[in-house]
Design a protein around this ligand. Structure first.
Ligand code: ATP
Length: 413
């Protein structure tokens, strides 16, 4: 039984990696030169999905709040930052009995006497801490408040593996939330809820999400409490996101005080850090969405129907537009001029698909998770309605062309 499950899960991983390549989501990095371990390149559809994940995050945690300040810090930082934070001494994994520092070293500067060793940042967090004072001086935030950043991070992982799970170049979405020392527990619980609610919002399978209270000896050197949000990947239950209480570790290290502008009180704030990996979110979403319906007896298709059950707000393509027959100019003209062009201008994530018969087009769109397929047929020319077919149920309904924009807008809320 266990063997059977393992091979089924192994299959799922293989199917997902191959779908990602075949349908233009994710390609192995530098593939035509034999690849480059721990790197992946993003194709048109994968990039669209990744951008939707990042936008959904930014919308919830930055744009819809009053207490959050966005950042985009440089990837290259003064190496003194990483000495001060303990990364140079402690950011390491065991290799052959010795500790191997996993920061990615690089040298910066041209002339010999100017060259200094620096690191590609292993986390986005420090870019926010070193700009704490700049942010406070510019915006005068009241407590509590946060800083948020999305960006690349690099780690010289000893053994990159499991597709996007452990890469050497990846992307993080992080929040540093600054609170009065006495309030940390309250906000730790608050962020625990916020992380869960965002996972639900983007459509992660919450039955596969588990919380792990990380034991002291397993926590990062800066953390006084950590909860890992783990996900049931085909290769095991492993970290997806994290929530750490970094106490005053960072602001004390950088000697950064906060002064309450109302009563003059000075203090070192404590930090709650919700951290999200974009690539792991992407993979967990694909695994949550991947569905196979067995081929029905007597159905013309022999292969099972594969579809990605993405929520419309996150799907790389919202709808595909087709003329029923591509050799009927009156259908093509209508579909293009009255349906495709206006929808494309409104939503962007709209594709034109007139290849093969309708059944094949539906299957192709199912496989990339397009929630709606719109077909212009001969009735359309008479009554200005089109068929909208639902990806998950296969149900079709007639919708007036003039109502299509609102129809789709309601679905992608
Ligand atoms: P792990 O224990 O799996 O190595 P970590 O505890 O080192 O992860 P953090 O330092 O907490 O990870 O990094 C924050 C987030 O960045 C993680 O929750 C994860 O989503 C993402 N992440 C970390 N390392 C990688 C990697 N090598 N490839 C892809 N994503 C990563």
């Amino acid at each position: 039984m266990k063997k059977e499950k393992e091979s089924k899960d192994g299959d799922l991983m293989e199917k997902m990696v191959s779908l990602c390549k075949r349908r233009g989501f994710v390609f192995p990095g530098s593939e035509i030169y034999g690849g480059f371990a721990g790197t992946y390149d993003w194709g048109h559809l994968g990039l669209a999905l990744k951008n939707n994940i990042k936008q959904a995050w930014w919308k919830k945690f930055v744009d819809s709040r009053r207490d959050m300040y966005g950042m985009d810090a440089a990837i290259l930082m003064n190496p003194k930052v990483w000495e001060a934070t303990g990364h140079v001494a402690n950011f390491a994994d065991p290799l052959d009995g010795k500790q191997f520092n996993t920061m990615l070293k690089t040298s910066v500067g041209a002339r010999k006497d100017e060259v200094s060793v620096s690191y590609l940042r292993p986390e986005t967090a420090q870019g926010m801490f070193v700009n704490f004072k700049n942010t406070v001086d510019a915006f005068h935030p009241k407590l509590p408040f946060g800083m948020a950043q999305i960006g690349k991070a690099f780690r010289n992982e000893i053994a990159p593996r499991d597709f996007l799970f452990r890469q050497r170049e990846f992307e993080q979405m992080e929040i540093e939330y600054f609170v009065r020392p006495a309030d940390w527990e309250k906000y730790f619980e608050y962020w625990r809820g916020e992380i869960r609610s965002w996972m639900e919002k983007i459509g992660l399978d919450m039955n596969k999400v588990h919380e792990l209270e990380v034991a002291k000896e397993d926590r990062a050197h800066y953390s006084s409490r950590t909860i890992d949000f783990e996900f049931d990947y085909p290769f095991g239950k492993k970290e997806l996101f994290g929530l750490a209480y970094r106490s005053d570790f960072d602001l004390k290290t950088h000697k950064l005080e906060y002064q309450d502008e109302e009563n003059g009180e000075k203090m070192i704030l404590h930090v709650i850090e919700p951290t999200f990996g974009v690539d792991r979110a992407f993979m967990a979403l694909l695994l949550s969405a991947y569905t196979e319906d067995p081929a029905k007896d007597g159905a013309s298709e022999k292969e099972p129907r594969v579809y990605l059950k993405f929520k419309p707000n996150i799907a790389p393509v919202i709808c595909a537009v087709s003329p029923l027959l591509k050799n009927k100019p009156e259908l093509v003209k209508y579909a293009e001029g009255k349906v495709f062009v206006p929808l494309k201008a409104e939503f962007g994530r709209v594709v034109w698909d007139d290849n093969g018969n309708i059944g094949k087009r539906y299957r192709r769109q199912d496989e990339i998770g397009t929630p709606f397929c719109i077909v212009v047929d001969f009735d359309t020319l008479e009554d200005n309605t089109v068929t909208v077919r639902d990806r998950d149920t296969g149900a079709q309904e007639r919708v007036k062309v003039e109502e299509l924009k609102n129809y789709l807008k309601e679905k992608i809320l």
